[in-house]
Design a protein. Sequence first.
Length: 252
Amino acid sequence: MTSFRTKPGAEYTFLQHHLLRKWRTASYQRGWRFRADWFLPEVRTVVTSLASSTVVPAPAAKLLGAARARNGVSISETLNDFRALFTAAERALDVDALLSIAEGWAEVAETAPTISCTDVYTGLATQAHFQRRVHEVSALGAQWPDSHALAIISLPHPRDSRSHCWTLLARLGDAVNGELKGTGATAMYQNSAVHILFYVSDSNLSQLAECKTALEALGDGRLCPAHMNFFPLSEAAATAATTTTAARDSSS
């Protein structure tokens, strides 16, 4: 059994990072939907507590529950994620801490406006959620320059209506999620274009190309030809890119 009891100095820091990685992996395996949204400051607080003691204090658990609710995470996904922590730590589930995280979630959910991270037509990110992710990652850009970028796959407009039919949009969302699985990318559909925030790597670029090809094959070629452009991830550039695409589409 892995021991996460208090250790001095560098060894203790290593154990914290080790537990954090194990928890994240276990949560993904339990069905966490958007990988880029998993980490929060409250996550590190909970990991620090569990790595240094045998329990997660009620206040720390409650704060994590509240943070998950504010970010639009459902109660089911919040509790499954918290259970994954104890699986990762190879410890019995702390029922008191579980109740505290549920209490924190409920208190915020009762007063906060309804937040949805998922578009009902495509299953991709909503515009508000996508923009929040762009701003969050942009804020960290100084630490990891050029680590992320924005890709926009522009698609043909519908031929006989103002928007594509909902069945095609559902298939579009399935194709994007399937092709980008494992990349950690966040994708949004808006104005006949798929916007993708992604970590820059050779494998991710390859999957983006495959995603474009998959979209072109949908609906008997109704989304062909598609055109993909890349933009550096700075807040100004990302905002300009999405605004330009929206303006182009609205004027067409």
